[in-house]
Design a protein around this ligand. Structure first.
Ligand SMILES: [Zn+2]
Length: 271
C-alpha cells in the first residue's frame, strides 16, 4: 500500500481526517445506541451515502416499518411508523400502532374520523385486519448491502484497539469485493445471505432478574478453513454472509456441521 498523509476512510479510502459523523453500525431507528464508530473511520460522504442509499430505503420497506411499529422503536425524530390495517365492516383503511399492552387505531382518511368513532360506540365488536408482510418482501440487494456494511463496521469496532488495524483492514484483499459491493453496489450483482428464524421477534430473554428484548446482536465466525462469516440477528431473524465470497454455500455447509445451531445462540433460548 502507498503511504498517505491522511487517515483513510474504511470504505472509499478517501480522507476521513476531518470527518465529523459518528457512524451507527446499526441504525438508531432499529434501537441501536451502543454500537458506534467514532469520527475518522468512515468519512462523512460514505456515512451520508449509507444513510441515503441503504439504511433509509431499507427502513422504509414494509417489512421494517412493520417490525419497528410492533417493537415501537421511533426513528431519529421519535416518530413510530404505523402499520397498515383495515376495519372490515367499515371498509376503512387505518393506521395501527401496537405495543405489548395496547393497540392504537386511526383512520387513514382523517375525514372519516367521526364515522370511525360512531362505529366504535355503536358496535361492540368488529374485526381489524393487520396483514403481516410476506417474508419475501425484503429487497435482497438492499438487505445484503446493509448486512455487508454492518459486517465491515463491526469488524472495525472489534479490532480498532489493535495497533495497525486500519492498514490491516484496508490492505486485506479478501475484504475488497464486499467493501466495493457495499459502497458501489454494482458488482457482484448479488451477495447471497442466509436468512432464517432463530426466535420470535418479540421474544423476551431472561438475564437474572432482568427481562429484556433482543433487538439485534451479531458475531463473527472464523473457521479452520479461514472463512470469515458475519452473523447478525434482527428481531429474531438471523442473517449471515460469507465476508469473502458472495455465495452462501460455505455458511450453509458450516451450519449443517453445527446441526443448525446458530453461532449467536450456542445454547438455544427457550422457545
Ligand atoms: Zn468514505
Amino acid at each position: 500500500m502507498g503511504v498517505t498523509n491522511f487517515i483513510q476512510c474504511l470504505f472509499c479510502r478517501g480522507d476521513a481526517t476531518n470527518s465529523r459523523s459518528v457512524e451507527h453500525i446499526i441504525p438508531e431507528s432499529l434501537g441501536n445506541i451502543d454500537h458506534t464508530l467514532p469520527p475518522g473511520i468512515v468519512c462523512d460522504r460514505c456515512n451520508n451515502y449509507f444513510a441515503r442509499k441503504i439504511e433509509g430505503p431499507l427502513l422504509e420497506t414494509e417489512h421494517f416499518r412493520h417490525l419497528r411499529s410492533v417493537m415501537a422503536i421511533g426513528n431519529k425524530r421519535g416518530r413510530i411508523p404505523p402499520m397498515s390495517g383495515f376495519v372490515s365492516h367499515l371498509k376503512m383503511p387505518v393506521n395501527v400502532w401496537m405495543d405489548t399492552s395496547a393497540i392504537f387505531v386511526e383512520p387513514k382518511d382523517s375525514g372519516r374520523a367521526g364515522e370511525f368513532v360512531r362505529s366504535l360506540l355503536e358496535r361492540p365488536q368488529g374485526t381489524l385486519f393487520v396483514p403481516f408482510p410476506e417474508k419475501t418482501q425484503l429487497e435482497p440487494h438492499l438487505m445484503s448491502r446493509f448486512i455487508g456494511k454492518v459486517a465491515i463496521e463491526a469488524l472495525a469496532l472489534r479490532v480498532m484497539h489493535v495497533e495497525g488495524w486500519r492498514e490491516e483492514l484496508l490492505s486485506n484483499e479478501g475484504l475488497e469485493p464486499l467493501r466495493r459491493f457495499v459502497r458501489v453496489g454494482e458488482k457482484p450483482k448479488e451477495w447471497q445471505f442466509c436468512r432464517r428464524n432463530v426466535y420470535r421477534f418479540d421474544q423476551r430473554f431472561r438475564d437474572g432478574t432482568n427481562v429484556f428484548e433482543t433487538l439485534h446482536e451479531y458475531d463473527f465466525v472464523y473457521t479452520d478453513q479461514k472463512l470469515l462469516f458475519f452473523v447478525m440477528a434482527i428481531f429474531g431473524e438471523e442473517f449471515a454472509i460469507d465476508m469473502g465470497n458472495p455465495e452462501i454455500q460455505s455458511y450453509e455447509t458450516y451450519l449443517q456441521e453445527q446441526n443448525g445451531v446458530s453461532p449467536l445462540y450456542p445454547v438455544c433460548p427457550n422457545r
